[in-house]
Every structure is written in C-alpha cells, then in structure tokens.
Design a protein around this ligand. Structure first.
Ligand SMILES: [Zn+2]
Ligand SMILES: [Zn+2]
Length: 295
C-alpha cells in the first residue's frame, strides 16, 4: 500500500470489479468495502501516533527468543482519530443493506445512551479481548460482525502507521522461524511471495506489518516437516495458492506477487480469493484469523 493515490485507486477499483464479477460475496459487502477504502486511505495519511519509549519495548534478546516488540494491548494507535471515524463508519454501514442498517442504528443508539462505550470497544479489540464483541454479535444476529467491522476499520489506519514507525526498532537479522508478527505477536491473515527469489511474508491481522516467514513452514504452528504441509492451486485463481498444515489443520492463502504483476492489495486479494477459503474449509481446514475488515 505504498503506491500513490492514483495508482491505488485504479488498482482497488480493478480488484473490486473482479470481486463483483465472481458473484460470490454479497454486493452489500463489496459496496461497503468500496466506500470504506478511501476513508481509511485518507485516515492513514492523517493518523498521529506516539510511540512508546524504547525501554517499554522488548529487548533484542527477548525478540531473538520469539517475543514481539510490543504486546497488543500496549500497541500505540490514534484514539482520537479512531473515535472520530466511528460516526462516519456507522453512516457507511447504514447505507449497506437492511441488516447492516439495523445494526448501525442499534449501535448508534447504544453509544448515545451510554450502553456501548466506543473507547472500550477500541481498547478491547486492541487488547484482543473478545467479550464485548461476543455480546454484540449475539445482539445483532442480522449483521453479527458490525461492531468488529467498526472497531477494526477505526483502528486500522493508525495501527498501520504505528507498525511502519515501529518497524525500524526491530533488530537486524531477526530470525523468522515463528509465524507471528514480530511487532505485535498476532497471526498473519494471508501471506505473500515477493522478490525474484520469492521471499515469503505474512501480513499481520492486527497491525498490517508485512514480516518475513519461512518459505516452507506452517505460519500458524511452525511445522516445517514437508510431509505435513501441502499446497493447492485452482486454475481460475492465478497467483494464489493455499498452504495447508496437517499438524494444526489450519490453512493460509499465499499471494504470489510475481504472478500478479506486483499488484497485490492483500485485504482485497483476500476477498477476491474467497472461493479458495471455501475449498480449504470443505476439506476440513480452518482459518484462525478474520479478514482485514473484521468479518
Ligand atoms: Zn502485527
Ligand atoms: Zn500448522
């Protein structure tokens, strides 16, 4: 996502057109993402984060032993911006079909009456505390992930900026035999192959940081025995493969940058390859993370 605005807009609209043409995901969902993208792009350019002092971060020694730089609950984000994005995100949600509109109205009322504290939701998501979200999933059966979506999108821009600013604090030559993000410890939601040699990267499901992964190892349980790892491809989805692990029964999709003309936008490519999620899940494999959008 380092391209200029024009390139980004062109790329995003091509990918959205592709997702629409597949007729797998509901139009409401595609339109929702389409409306949210420019908002998040703008917010990313404006996010203000203050980084914790170096002493509050893990030591190089701890990081070499596998600790992330920061724990999720200590990861910086722009609270003011995130709170400010919520009303706009609610408006967008409200325009995204009946169920989403109903959920948006319920959430808005709950925030106005004090029954739902948006700051608590943001902090809960950051800390990986699911209780509040589980409660609202139950209360919004027509659109159960509405609050997840709201909090995820509100935090995403400043988490991305924080990750970018924290990355230089990672020690050089940090080994990458673990699949988790070295900045925040979260799991990747998708992986990428890039450069001529096809170096593999995981895209963090929390902060968005792209971190090195071992080429042949499970991103989730670190299994490296090739007999336990399989991958499959489907001709209709060039440049995407599914890596499955028979040790933990998880799968991750891998986007081959080199086969996609270096035009990956992971969060949209994830949506564009949802048919492969269906296939992997039909074979009994699970995906431990949500999409970049919180659903
Ligand atoms: Zn991360
Ligand atoms: Zn595994």
């Amino acid at each position: 996502m380092h391209c200029d605005d024009h390139t980004y807009a062109r790329l995003a609209s091509a990918k959205l057109a592709l997702i629409r043409s597949q007729e797998i995901l509901p139009e409401e969902l595609i339109a929702l993402v389409e409306r949210v993208l420019p908002l998040l792009r703008q917010a990313r350019a404006e996010a203000q984060v203050s980084l914790p002092p170096v002493e509050a971060c893990a030591t190089a020694e701890a990081m070499f032993a596998g600790s992330p730089l920061l724990l999720r609950q200590d990861f910086p984000f722009d609270l003011k911006q995130a709170l400010g994005l919520i009303p706009t995100l609610l408006d967008i949600l409200e325009q995204s079909g009946e169920a989403a509109a109903e959920a948006a109205q319920t959430l808005r009322q709950a925030m106005e009456s004090g029954a739902l504290d948006p700051e608590a939701a943001l902090r809960g998501l950051a800390a990986g505390d699911d209780a509040l979200f589980a409660h609202w999933r139950e209360r919004l059966p027509g659109s159960p992930r509405a609050l997840d979506f709201l909090a995820t999108c509100a935090l995403l821009p400043s988490l991305n900026v924080a990750a970018e600013q924290l990355a230089p604090r990672l020690p050089e030559n940090l080994p990458h035999e673990h699949g988790h993000c070295p900045l925040c410890g979260s799991l990747p939601y998708i992986s990428l192959l890039r450069d001529k040699e096809g170096k593999r990267y995981g895209v963090c499901s929390f902060c968005g940081y792209e971190h090195r992964l071992r080429r042949i190892a499970c991103a989730y349980c670190d299994e490296a025995d090739q007999n336990k790892l399989k991958l499959f491809r489907v001709a209709e989805y060039p440049g995407v493969r599914v890596d499955v692990c028979d040790t933990c029964n998880m799968y991750i999709k891998t986007l081959d940058h080199r086969e996609m003309d270096n035009d990956t936008l992971a969060a949209l490519d994830d949506m564009a390859s949802v048919a492969l999620d269906v296939l992997a899940q039909q074979q009994g494999y699970r995906r431990p993370t949500l999409s970049a959008w919180g659903f």
